[in-house]
Write a protein that binds this ligand. Structure first.
Ligand code: 13P
Ligand code: SF4
Length: 363
């Protein structure tokens, strides 16, 4: 093993030098390393990804490069955890910067969800009547909770399928941490808003009455994405006035009011595919993270593409992965050092895998 490569000096390189170092390290590592990139990654990092996608696609891809001993995940922490859970035991998932978390994922934790389950049990029998579904944007121990309680995981691209499955299993769903995805997908399936209640983990009984819990079909956790909550219904009105006939497409982490006004909803992969399939000259307004929208604009100059919000909505944690951290990660692998491995404890990983494999079998 050689001396570890230091991160700080990499900040003294110019863009071209840094690119050349990343390219050279990638070349030397060959098939032993695969770089996965989420669509929200900044361009300087995204361009080095071997495989790109939304959370569902990346979860599938994580297990499909068996020759890659190292999976370098340019995304956020929960994504690297999924890669660790779904890949073979010999493979190692790496997150180039451990500060790349997801603030929404942090809005639900295992003790709070267990407490919710316990409190629900004072009113209904959750084991018999509630299917827990965690959005993939959550810690591995919450996926394990779902695995242990006959529940599953969903992503923004399969939430409706997963909810349909869940309603076939039991009467009610407990959906965490993103209330908006849960509400938007349930509404698409025809669940009336009055059958959805919001569980506030800071309140006794989630701030709900026993009657409200008994009447509810969907119990939504009080979580949200701080990036997507910046989009407002009046932004859509403004664009429709400015560009008659414009196609408005939003990510389902946006609020119900925004999603109701949009022409279509889609995961990051779904948004990308829809715009790519649009006719030359077609006009689009997109409600999701800025890096993806800018990339689509750049890729398709023959289309008119706008960002929904007048203010900048960027995912600051996705942005933590910069080319310097990518270079540092790859060059350390060449020196025999694995920086920032993401290892989910075995028992937790086994239960989380049940929940994730259940999801992958449904869609
Ligand atoms: P996608 O699964 O659509 O890529 O979404 C992930 C995410 O974190 C959106 O904020
Ligand atoms: Fe999490 Fe929102 Fe960032 Fe997606 S955009 S990773 S939900 S904070």
């Amino acid at each position: 093993m050689n001396t570890p490569v230091a991160l700080e000096p990499l900040y003294e390189l110019d863009d071209a030098q840094l690119d050349a170092r990343i390219e050279a390290a990638k070349e030397k590592l060959g098939e032993s390393c695969v770089i996965l990139g989420h669509h929200y990654q900044r361009e300087e990092v995204y361009k080095f990804a071997d495989l790109t996608g939304d959370s569902l696609k990346l979860a599938r891809l994580a297990s499909q490069r068996p020759n890659a001993k190292h999976i370098v995940f340019c995304g956020v922490h929960f994504m690297a955890e999924v890669a660790d859970i779904l890949s073979s035991p010999e493979q190692i998932a790496i997150l180039p910067d451990l500060n790349a978390g997801c603030s929404m994922a942090d809005m639900a934790d295992l003790p709070a969800v267990e407490e919710c389950w316990k409190q629900l049990a004072t009113v209904i029998d959750p084991e018999a009547s509630v299917t827990p579904i965690t959005y993939v944007n959550s810690a591995a121990d919450l996926k394990a909770f779902c695995g242990d309680h006959n529940g599953t995981v969903c992503t923004s691209s399969n939430a409706e399928h997963i909810l349909t499955w869940a309603f076939d299993q039991r009467e009610k769903v407990l959906f965490f941490p993103d209330q908006h995805l849960g509400r938007n997908a349930s509404a698409k399936l025809g669940v009336p808003l009055e059958k959805m209640v919001v569980w506030d983990p800071n309140e006794e009984m989630g701030g709900l009455t026993a009657e409200q819990i008994k009447e509810a079909k969907v119990i939504l956790w009080h979580g949200f994405c701080s990036v997507h909550q910046m989009f407002q219904p009046q932004h859509i009105d403004m664009w429709r006035e400015r560009i008659p006939g414009v196609n408005v497409m939003c990510h389902p982490e946006c609020s119900y009011e925004v999603c109701q006004k949009a022409d279509a909803l889609g995961s990051t992969e779904g948004i990308q595919a829809a715009v790519r399939a649009g006719a030359p000259g077609s006009k689009w307004v997109i409600g999701t993270e800025l890096n993806l929208v800018n990339r689509l604009k750049h890729e398709m100059p023959d289309k008119e593409i706008h960002f929904l919000s007048p203010s900048i909505c960027m995912c600051s944690t996705m942005f933590r992965i910069d080319p310097q951290h990518l270079c540092w990660t790859l060059e350390n692998l060449l020196e025999g050092h694995v920086v920032n491995p993401i290892t989910v404890p075995a028992r937790e990983a086994a239960s989380a895998k049940i929940a994730l494999e259940r999801m992958l079998a449904i869609v």
